[in-house]
Structure formats: C-alpha cells, structure tokens
Design a protein around this ligand. Structure first.
Ligand code: CA
Length: 488
C-alpha cells in the first residue's frame, strides 16, 4: 500500500513537471528574405517547401513585420525591445564597430536566461563587439555573452564586410597568434590586392562599393590582413551553423533552451554551398533562398530528432525586406523572371513602404498551436515581452519599452489584433512608416509632406490620399509624433 502511494506521488510529480516545463524557443531569422520569397505567401516562382511545411503546421502571419528595413536596427530592437531609432549609431554597423548593446542591458536572451533557459546565438551578429572597437586578437567583449547568451558562434558583422572568421564566445576561432588579424578602414599597404586593383581575378564581380579586401575571390567592404587559418569559406557558413544548432539542441534537450539562429542567407555576397548552385533557376539569389529553406528544414529535423516538437515554439522571421543588386553582379536582376520578392507590396530593403518590413512570419508549436493563417499585426520588437510572458517572468520596469506582449497572437489564441499599430523605420531612423488598421502613413523625410495610403484598398501604396483626407493624415501624423516622443 505504501509503495502504491509512493508511485502515485512520483507519477503526480512527473506529470506536474511535464506540464510546467517551459517551452524551448527557437528564433530563425532570415537575412533580406522578402514576403514573396516564401512560397506559401502565394506569389513566389521559387518553392520553399520547408518554410511552407512549418507554416502549414503552425500559423502563417500575413501582417508579420520586422521593425526596420535594414539588418542592424531590426536585430537591435529584436534583442532590446526598444526601437533602434531611439538610440544613436544603430544603423548598419561597420566592420570594426563596437558593441551597440551595452553589457547588462535587458534583452530577450537575458530575460530567458534569468528564467532558467540555456541560451545560444548562432549565425550573423552585426551588432558590434568590444567596448570601443573589437579586440580581434584578444577577448571580444562585450558581446552576446554580456547580454544574456551562454554561448555563441558568430559571423561578427555581415559577410559583405570584413572579416570572414567565426567568433566563438569571446574569441576568433582557430586564430594563430603568429598571424594576427588586422582590420581597418585604410588600405594596409600600397600593394594590398583589392577589388579595384585585382578586379580581373574576382570570382564574383562587384557592382558598387564592395571593392576593398578580397577573400575567397570576392571583394568586401573594409580592409583586413592576417588570420589566414581562421578564415572560412563562404560556401560552408550555413552548414557550419546548422551543425552547431543541431548540437546545441541535442545537448540541451532536457532543459528549456533559447536558440537565436540568424542565417546569412540571402544577403550578399550570395555564395551558397555548391550543391545548391543552379537549382533555383534564378541565379545565386534564388539558390541562396533554397539554402535558407534547407536550413529551416534541418532545424525542424533537429527538433524532431530529439522529440521536442511538442515542447518547442519555433518562430521564423526576416530582418528586412528583399533587395536585388546590393553590391555584386550576381544575376539577381537578370534572372529574376516572374519571381516577386516583395510579394504584392511596394518597396524592399531600405524602404518604409510595406515591402521593406512586411516579411515572412511563422510560428509553430506542435500540439499547442492550431494551424491557421492570421492577419493580426505582429512585430519582431515584441519578442522580448512575449517570450518573457511565455517563460512566466516579468520584464523589469523601464526595460523593453516598445515591446508588447502579443503572445496570444503568436500562439493563435486570438486573431484579434493586440498591437494597435506597427511602426517601421529605415536604416537610420530618418524615415518612418506607421500602420494603424488599414491606414498607412509614410514619412520619408522630416521636411517632406507625409503620404497616406489605405492598405485594404491599395496594398501597393500607389494612391496617396494625403490631399483628399487631411483629417486622417493629421490623426496619423499626431500618432506618429506621440510614438516617437515616448519616453522611458
Ligand atoms: Ca538584412
């Protein structure tokens, strides 16, 4: 009898633990992947079967946004829950830039770490490293480990900028101290080969700007020397990160974890692994999209291999809208064909029209989220507040002030909008888009007259209603001013 009671008690405890288990959270963020690059969004000439499957098993959001139309500001606000325009120097980070999120800032990673999660950042960082500048041959801190990550394996900036090395935790991986890494803005010697002086040797020619130090047959923005043993081959980046993600998921399968997987696909230079070359029929941009889609499938497989699908919320998003020629002659324009990277929307990367920030957005949590399509407006700036709610912890006073807990939308418990607006910014926070319901305000420059669109009647933002509807224009302009002025 005593034994029976004991077993019942153990059974109850085990059941309660399983019920109380905090779900793992995986964020997969694509790079320059547009709304229409995702075939389930309906307008693509390129098939993305793994993303489509993720969406079919979860929620496909038709009003899913990132907060900015370039890499760094979206990644900044995703982490901090604060719009990038509120802080200085949050535009596209340079090759040798310092950490732009100070150590000990409350971030999505620190919140989850405090809630008992094991946390990892794998992929592109592009949020700077170091106090004043990165110490490439020493300790690279502050960085992800000072804002809540337990471990990281990073491309430190972005791959059209130097250097092409992995940063593993605080160090450049495989760096030979006898061959130090030097990075700078000035040409290191008169005979240093560049994309200008050695253009005829390039594997992929540049179209603008990207013509300084050459690595792997491709010239980049910025100069560097040394660190030869540490340098990677661009074509192996995704495979290395997928391997690292798989390992992290497997090692942490018995405890809650947060994985931030920031792919570099389909950003320039588009150099997917050779096995994807020619497979899309749309040149390297399309082939990179296939590689990104493959990596999404591999992350799902890692979750399934470890029997974690019912314990894991996967969110897929992008950091900004699409771009074709972004510095290299890679046939993105000539081989575009009927593919529509922005889907039905106007604009793309760098723009505050819808195509700049309305991007693929999927949530999946098997057994928890019912498959659906949702038009609730959701934004990457909301991850901090929403994940904190999911992990059962509160956000400290004053932190993550632009982040809204939209968890019921993300989990499909309601499709009614929780957010009553979406704010979109350009790279430096000089142009803004504001969506409230069907209304969209576009303010491209502070000194220029704003534009007003009705997205329901005019999703392509072609018919400017600013003159014909001054009352609505004023309402939207006042609202924008109110959001821009929001204090701590
Ligand atoms: Ca990007």
């Amino acid at each position: 009898m005593k034994n029976n009671l004991l077993w019942i008690l153990i059974g109850l405890i085990t059941f309660t633990q399983a019920e109380n288990r905090k779900p793992n959270i995986i964020v997969i963020i694509g790079d320059d992947v547009g709304y229409g690059d995702f075939s389930a969004n309906g307008s693509s000439a390129i098939s993305t079967p793994h993303m489509d499957r993720l969406a079919k098993e979860g929620i496909r959001f038709t009003s899913g946004y990132c907060s900015a139309s370039t890499c760094t500001p979206t990644r900044y606000s995703l982490h901090t829950g604060v719009y990038a325009f509120r802080e200085k120097n949050t535009g596209i980070a340079p090759p040798d830039g310092p950490a732009i999120i100070p150590a000990n800032t409350v971030t999505v990673a620190s919140l989850l770490k405090d809630a008992g999660y094991r946390t990892a950042a794998i992929g592109k960082w592009h949020l700077g490293l170091g106090e004043n500048r990165p110490d490439w041959n020493g300790e690279l801190k502050p960085g992800p480990l000072e804002i809540g990550y337990d471990q990281c394996l990073l491309l430190p900036t972005t791959n059209d900028r130097v250097p092409q090395v992995y940063v593993e935790n605080h160090r450049v991986r495989n760096l030979d101290p006898q061959d130090p890494l030097w990075i700078g803005k000035e040409k290191p010697s008169p005979d240093h080969p560049t994309g200008v002086t050695h253009r005829d040797t390039l594997f992929m020619d540049w179209s603008h700007d990207h013509n300084q130090t050459i690595h792997n047959g491709v010239s980049r923005i910025g100069f560097y020397t040394g660190g030869k043993a540490a340098r990677f081959r661009d074509q192996d980046l995704t495979d290395e990160w997928v391997k690292s993600c798989h390992q992290f998921i497997t090692e942490n399968k018995n405890q809650p974890f947060f994985l931030y997987y920031a792919s570099h696909s389909i950003h320039v230079p588009r150099l997917p692994h050779e096995r994807f070359l020619g497979k899309s029929g749309h040149g390297p941009r399309g082939d990179s999209l296939l590689e990104f889609d493959w990596s999404v499938g591999e992350i799902m497989k890692a979750v399934e291999d470890n029997k974690l699908s019912n314990d894991t919320l996967i969110i897929l998003c992008s950091d900004n809208g699409p771009v074709l020629d972004d510095g290299y002659k890679d046939d993105a324009v000539t081989k575009l064909g009927k593919h529509q990277p922005s889907g039905p929307f106007r604009g793309g990367k760098y723009s505050v029209f819808e195509g700049g920030t309305r991007t693929p957005f999927i949530t999946r949590w098997s057994g928890k989220i019912k498959p659906a399509v949702s038009d609730a407006p959701v934004s990457t700036v909301d991850f901090a507040a929403s994940f904190a709610a999911l992990a059962g912890i509160s956000v400290p006073q004053g932190a993550c002030r632009d982040s809204v807990n939209i968890l019921p939308n993300l989990l499909g418990e309601t499709n009614s909008p929780i957010r009553d607006h979406i704010l979109q910014q350009d790279n430096n926070g000089k142009a803004f888009g504001l969506r409230v319901g069907a209304w969209k305000l576009v303010r491209e420059k502070m000194d220029k007259q704003s534009q007003l669109y009705n997205l329901k009647q005019d999703p392509q933002e072609k018919n400017n209603l600013a003159q014909s509807n001054p009352e609505q224009l004023k309402i939207m302009n006042d609202r924008l001013e109110q959001i821009l002025a929001k204090k701590k």
